[in-house]
Design a binder for this molecule. Structure first.
Ligand SMILES: C[C@@]1(CC(=O)O)C2=NC(=C\c3[nH]c(c(CCC(=O)O)c3CC(=O)O)Cc3[nH]c(c(CC(=O)O)c3CCC(=O)O)/C=C3\N/C(=C\2)[C@@H](CCC(=O)O)[C@]3(C)CC(=O)O)/[C@H]1CCC(=O)O
Ligand SMILES: NC(=O)c1ccc[n+]([C@@H]2O[C@H](COP(=O)([O-])OP(=O)(O)OC[C@H]3O[C@@H](n4cnc5c(N)ncnc54)[C@H](O)[C@@H]3O)[C@@H](O)[C@H]2O)c1
Length: 206
């Protein structure tokens, strides 16, 4: 498994199956603003509610290859192992990302437990050994990487954009980028202004 962050803006994401696990997957996708298509003969009541709020798109039928062939990512969470296996095989053949929630080796992707603090994202995976442990480790990290990281990451992001725009010399860039990542600016937000003043006086905006 190779971890990678993927921009899924305007990409079609399909979930096959409409049970409690599908609902869990949908809730996770919604955290990222993703409106998924769900294909299933029936749906968990909470999924029906989300559909009424136009947060998911429902297709009341058994999954077929035609329903998923234009998807970017497919999550197979039906209780029909034959359908899960068949669609997973075709999806891999066609170079798609596919999560087989029960027999992971039949898919090529897995969903990690995630902690989000603004631009900071920490993903934990055990490669299917124990999703419970992934969740526990994520929960433990919540205290260490608390809400302060949200503003801190915004500061680092803005600083980085400025440095890339106004400093040409690579060693100088590195010097300032390393300086910005000092935990002083996490613990003492008031120091960020001093840093920015120093940076903009050394390298004024053109
Ligand atoms: C991380 C998380 C992300 C998410 O799904 O959003 C996620 N599972 C979560 C929770 C969770 N899932 C299960 C329990 C019950 C206790 C337990 O089994 O430990 C709990 C705990 C709970 O709910 O408290 C049951 C379970 N999970 C899988 C199977 C099938 C199997 O193993 O055969 C079974 C049924 C086993 C059985 O009963 O037979 C399979 C997968 N689950 C994965 C991800 C992938 C591996 C990731 C990894 O290893 O790190 C993988 C392989 C495929 C996939 O779905 O991508 C999410 C927590 C996120 C959060 O809370 O934020
Ligand atoms: N990854 C995880 O976190 C995790 C956790 C628990 C279970 N699972 C696995 O996920 C699967 C789903 O779990 P669940 O509890 O939601 O099951 P469930 O039995 O409650 O729901 C299955 C859903 O799939 C639908 N379905 C059945 N055949 C279908 C087909 N051919 N096409 C489309 N939809 C079809 C059913 O109508 C139902 O809505 C199971 O295989 C289970 O082993 C995964």
């Amino acid at each position: 498994m190779f971890p990678v962050m993927i921009d899924v803006t305007n990409q079609k994401i399909v979930i096959a199956g409409g049970g409690p696990i599908a609902f869990h997957k949908v809730e996770n996708l919604l955290r990222f603003g993703i409106c998924a298509h769900i294909i299933s003969p029936d749906f968990h009541p909470e999924i029906e509610k989300l559909a009424a709020e136009q947060k998911v798109i429902l297709h009341r039928k058994k999954v077929e290859w035609d329903d998923v062939k234009d998807a970017f990512l497919i999550m197979l969470v039906t209780d029909d192992s034959e359908a899960n296996e068949r669609i997973a095989g075709l999806a891999k053949e066609h170079g798609k990302l596919v999560v087989h929630a029960e027999q992971t080796h039949l898919g090529n992707a897995q969903i990690p437990a995630v902690l989000i603090r603004g631009k900071l994202m920490i993903s934990v995976s055990t490669g299917g050994a124990s999703p419970t442990l992934s969740k526990e480790i994520r929960d433990q990290l919540e205290d260490q990487f608390d809400e302060r990281y949200e503003d801190y990451l915004d500061f680092l992001y803005d600083t980085r954009q400025y440095i890339k725009k106004y400093i040409d010399s690579r060693p100088e860039r590195r010097k300032w980028l390393k300086k910005a990542a000092n935990s002083l600016y996490l613990d003492h937000p008031e120091e960020r202004e001093r840093f920015t003043a120093e940076l903009t006086s050394a390298y004024p905006a053109l």
